[in-house]
Design a protein around this ligand. Structure first.
Ligand code: ADP
Ligand code: ZN
Length: 750
């Protein structure tokens, strides 16, 4: 009899089970165990021993789910690191890491059986049988080459590829054919070619991919990244918007796939990445897989299982959770837009930052890591300065592209001079008009946070709020309802103040919806569209808006943060940042850095082809240093001035911030517990403890929330800090009075 330690998807430590030697259980196996009277869980075997643990009753393992281990030794090391660093249990990591299909649980054992797994396919194309002989093709070309030279050239190209590759039936992979989808669709319609899905070819040469030709600076950057990887270092690629970072990634990806290794490309959000994914799928057809939360549970489960059986050489493009997909050692891991806040999981344990986990995969998976951004996070930049990462700069746009001109427009002055209409300074309106008259496009960016339209009574000051979340409700014109942005609670828009009963209740603040409405009034002939969380409720709705803008059916696109991210729209010449003030005034130590990043990113959407773009920044603080850095596009100056402030106040990267979040329905009990924990922490950490304070969201889903912040200076032992913090928390959570308080830890909180 053997004994195994099993991790279950619960916030508990490991459990011991017994297992017959004949079952052949291995470390990393997914196994089914019974837990509770009628509950069956999938667990992961963490270790095996022949020594009987000291428990009176040890239950047996009931079965193995898959014929090979589900978890690789590399993933095991990564999970262990995450549990330690982010102060959670392995079970909590497991809950996040494995898709539900890979870790089924059920009420009866029979429901848990091995599942089938699909092999990946790619499109293959051949000339129709009649044209496959040299003579037939020559005769066809003879007849048509005058009127349709393009068509016959493509057909020749397909025939040549088939010969070159020694294809016995004339079929060649679509990805190798240098033709657009439209050209191929046309050939298919005319009955000249056939296409069919076939199992993905495992090619082993970079010439099996059609790669873009790199410019000299891009070549140089590519070379520097390869060299960093040879020395097992993380590469930080700092390339201005439009410098062609993607093209460099494509070359790295081709290298890696050709060597039979895996590639993981992390992107902040999947829906905004459709342009990129289409491109990668064209080049790397049949080996590109996307992974994100819009996929069905079945698709995600199949992807996970397929990859765990695959021999390597696959490209995965996905959001932060794709870190957990089974990757082979020696993979390439790219973190695009590495500064993006959505890499941090902030609402669930483990509260990890995908960028930092990716860097750790350099160790656990012997992975080659590239972080890329036009505006690197200050943490990454500091690591580059200290030599921990290799810093690679690309400071010009590809081709003839130039960075846009930034125009700072003073809103207070504009009001004084009568040069402002509703929310737009004349500066911005004039540039918009110029773009529209020239048949060009514009993007207007309005930060949503805190500036959603809310109702306020001008007599008594009352604003309708959410009774569950203690935030103001947001007005939605289309539905004429007021809605809570956290929990969705909503009421009909009142016409009279519920508090003082006057009719003086009016809309305050402004969101993208308001901007869209006003701009349509100011430019009645312009076609205006809006891209934000309300209009892009589904991936399809989102794609349609993007598609309309891309194809020039829309002139002005109004949007939130979403529009700042990696889009490559050719026709945009004017970008308006409507209110830079609220970006600068969010209550967060990263406010300045984030404001700079957001403004630079949205500015980067302007003038990506041909004409030089213009960016109009509306602000009441034109002299603010951050506004000045945006105007001069000076990342380095921004970074150094910010870092000086961070150091003076002991903020990251000069410290680690750990946030302890406490939650309970009873306010008084929460208050006592929070003070008790803060006291216990102060006895160990002294002045490094801040709080307790009410959380930014004081109340959420019926629970009161408070938080304590712990600041540990860089260089101090985090291992020791975590141990002391665990002890402090234990003194409170072991106290009978506070048993029901929920406590979460957020390491490297933002
Ligand atoms: P970034 O991601 O750095 O903002 P992109 O990769 O989106 O930049 O490149 C900007 C534009 O320039 C894109 O339209 C891209 O296709 C084009 N481009 C960049 N490098 C090349 C290249 N080597 N060959 C062809 N086009 C390029
Ligand atoms: Zn609410």
């Amino acid at each position: 009899m053997l004994y195994v330690q099993v991790v279950l998807p619960l916030a508990q430590p490991m459990y011991s089970f017994s297992v017959d030697e004949e079952l052949g259980v291995m470390v990393g196996d997914a196994v089914v165990v019974q837990f509770g009277p009628s509950r069956y869980y999938t667990g992961i075997v963490w270790s095996i021993t022949s020594e009987r643990p000291d428990f009176p009753r040890i239950k047996p393992i009931l079965k193995r789910l898959y014929s090979t281990p589900l978890l690789t030794p590399e993933a095991q090391r990564l999970w262990e690191w995450m549990a330690e660093y982010y102060m959670c249990t392995l079970g909590e990591v497991m809950r996040q890491a494995l898709p539900s299909m890979a870790k089924p649980s059920a009420q009866s054992l029979g429901e848990l059986d091995e599942r089938s797994i699909e092999a990946p396919t790619e499109t293959f194309i051949a000339l129709t049988a009649e044209l496959r002989s040299e003579e037939a093709l020559a005769a066809y070309t003879e007849r048509h080459s005058r009127r349709a030279p393009r068509r016959t050239a493509t057909m020749d190209h397909i025939a040549a590829l088939a010969i070159e590759r020694g294809s016995s039936d004339g079929f060649v992979p679509r990805r190798l054919i240098d033709a657009t989808s439209e050209q191929l669709a046309d050939l298919r319609k005319r009955g000249l070619i056939l296409s069919e899905p076939r199992p993905t070819e495992r090619s082993h040469s970079t010439t099996d991919f059609l790669l873009p030709t790199l410019s000299a600076p891009q070549q140089h950057a590519l070379h520097a990244i390869r060299e960093a990887h040879t020395n097992n270092k993380v590469a930080l690629l700092h390339g201005v918007t439009g410098s062609g970072k993607t093209e460099i990634y494509i070359h790295l990806i081709a290298d890696t796939l050709a060597a039979g290794n895996d590639v993981l490309m992390l992107v902040p959000e999947i829906v905004i990445t459709s342009q990129l994914i289409e491109r990668l799928e064209r080049i790397f057809e049949g080996r590109t897989t996307t992974y994100h939360s819009h996929l069905t549970a079945l698709r995600r489960g199949q992807t996970f299982l397929r990859l765990s059986l695959s021999g390597g050489g696959e490209l995965i493009v996905g959001v932060r959770s794709s870190l957990f997909l089974p990757l082979h050692p020696g993979a390439l891991v790219i973190v695009d837009e590495e500064h993006d806040p959505s890499y941090k999981q902030s609402d669930m344990q483990p509260r990890y930052n995908a960028r930092d986990v990716a860097v750790m995969m350099g160790k656990t998976h012997a992975a080659h890591v590239v972080l890329g951004s036009a505006t690197p996070a200050l943490e990454s930049y500091t690591n580059a300065l200290s030599g921990k990462y290799v810093y690679i700069e690309l400071n010009e746009r590809w081709g003839d592209g130039v960075l846009p001109e930034v125009i700072v427009s003073d809103t207070i002055r504009a009001v004084k001079r009568g040069e402002r209409k509703t929310h737009f300074n004349f500066d911005l309106l004039n540039h918009l008009r110029r773009s529209l008259e020239a048949g060009e496009q514009a993007i207007l960016f309005q930060n949503r946070r805190g500036y959603a339209p809310y109702l306020q009574c001008r007599t008594c000051g009352y604003s309708p709020r959410c009774p569950h979340c203690n935030v103001t409700l947001t007005e939605h014109r289309t539905t004429r309802r007021m809605e809570c942005h956290y929990c969705g609670y909503n009421i009909e828009r009142p016409t009279m103040c519920p508090n003082c009963e006057t009719q003086d209740i009016a809309t305050m603040g402004f969101g993208t919806e308001k901007v869209e409405e006003e701009i349509s009034r100011l430019f009645p002939d312009a076609r205006v569209d809006r891209l934000d969380g309300d209009t892009s409720t589904s991936e399809r709705a989102f794609k349609q808006i993007v598609q309309r803008f891309e194809s020039g059916q829309t002139d002005i696109l109004v949007g939130t943060q979403i529009v700042t991210k990696g889009f490559d729209f050719g026709g945009v010449t004017t970008v308006g940042i409507l209110n830079a003030d609220n970006l600068l005034s969010t209550p967060d130590f990263r406010a300045s850095e984030r404001a700079f990043q957001l403004m630079m990113q949205v500015a980067g959407r302007a003038g990506r082809r041909n004409d030089r773009g213009r960016v109009v920044v509306q602000t009441s603080q034109p002299k603010h240093p951050i506004i000045q850095y945006v105007a001069s596009g000076d990342y380095r100056a921004m970074a150094h001035s910010e870092l000086t402030e961070r150091e003076a106040f002991g903020y990251p990267p000069y410290s680690h911030l750990i946030r302890i979040l406490l939650r309970h329905e009873e306010y008084e009990l929460l208050r006592y517990a929070s003070h008790a924990l803060a006291e216990a922490m102060r006895r160990k950490f002294g002045a490094r403890v801040m709080g307790p304070v009410s959380a930014a969201r004081e109340m959420l889903r019926g629970e009161h929330r408070s938080e304590i912040i712990l600041k540990i200076e860089s260089g101090a032992s985090m291992t020791r800090a975590r141990k002391l913090l665990r002890e402090a928390i234990a003194t409170v959570s072991n106290d009978q009075r506070y048993k029901s308080i929920k406590i979460n830890i957020d390491v490297d909180a933002t």
